[in-house]
Design a protein around this ligand. Structure first.
Ligand SMILES: C[S@@+](CC[C@H](N)C(=O)[O-])C[C@H]1O[C@@H](n2cnc3c(N)ncnc32)[C@H](O)[C@@H]1O
Length: 231
């Protein structure tokens, strides 16, 4: 496993205009299978709450409309200046309440405390933390303690776990518990160099999860881990 150094820290690497243009085009083509895997995963998440917090939803390019319509109110937090407007255009039927242009790692606790009865969904942003914070052990710690910050909540996350060169299989891998990354890669018949997104300790180790293949671009694949903790 290689911990690649990544270039300068900026939210532009995890969102922003390039992300939106890419998503606009790829969502109906190369990302279509991934979007349907995410829809299936969200369908397995038992949510009784009528209020939802979205963390890092961007414009919701990969979020299913039907899932969002199930909530009577949705609040969101994303530092991307374009996200709120594009989300509203893309999901006109989602009932959006407050939209905070802010960083969850700085202002997340306030956000959570303001909505104590809401379910929480991390929308493919935790695995990108290393693009913004270069201190590997500090990122691992930030991600490891998410489950403590969310204690008592119903929460779910899908996040980049590993990424590298290759073509995605169409299969989602169901895991009963956490698997060592090297074991996971060999069970998927994958080898070579993979970027570790440092998110292997986001979900409690005993929690079942899915490994969802995401063909991000031609020749580039992300393995996205998806799971929930229903309290
Ligand atoms: C890969 S995009 C998410 C895409 C989203 N799942 C979709 O369906 O379009 C990651 C998003 O997370 C946001 N983000 C990154 N770091 C964040 C943080 N610390 N707090 C909140 N949002 C963050 C970025 O601005 C970006 O919009």
């Amino acid at each position: 496993m290689t911990h690649h150094a990544v270039a300068a820290g900026s939210y532009d690497l995890t969102g922003g205009p390039v992300w939106h243009l890419r998503a606009l085009w790829r969502r109906s083509h190369i990302w279509k299978p991934f979007r349907s895997h995410i829809e299936n995963f969200l369908g397995t998440w038992p949510v009784r709450e009528r209020e939802l917090l979205l963390v890092g939803p961007s414009a919701g390019w990969c979020l299913p409309e039907n899932f969002l319509r199930g909530f009577s109110i949705i609040h969101a937090m994303d530092p991307d200046p374009f996200a709120a407007l594009l989300f509203r255009l893309h999901h006109p039927h989602a009932r959006i309440g407050a939209w905070h242009r802010a960083d969850f790692f700085l202002e997340g606790d306030d956000f959570l405390n303001r909505h104590p009865g809401a379910a929480v969904l991390f929308c493919n942003m935790l695995g990108q933390r290393r693009y913004v914070n270069y201190d590997i052990s500090s990122v691992e710690e930030e991600l490891r303690i998410i489950k403590t910050r969310l204690r008592g909540r119903n929460w779910a996350s899908f996040h980049d776990l590993l990424s590298g060169k290759g073509e995605a299989t169409s299969e989602v891998k169901e895991l009963k518990t956490c698997l060592e990354q090297a074991t996971l890669l060999s069970s998927l018949d994958l080898s070579g160099e993979w970027l570790d997104h440092l998110s292997g300790d986001v979900l409690p180790r005993h929690q079942p999860r899915q490994i969802i293949p995401w063909q991000f671009a031609k020749g580039r694949v992300h393995l996205v881990e998806a799971g929930y903790v229903s309290s």
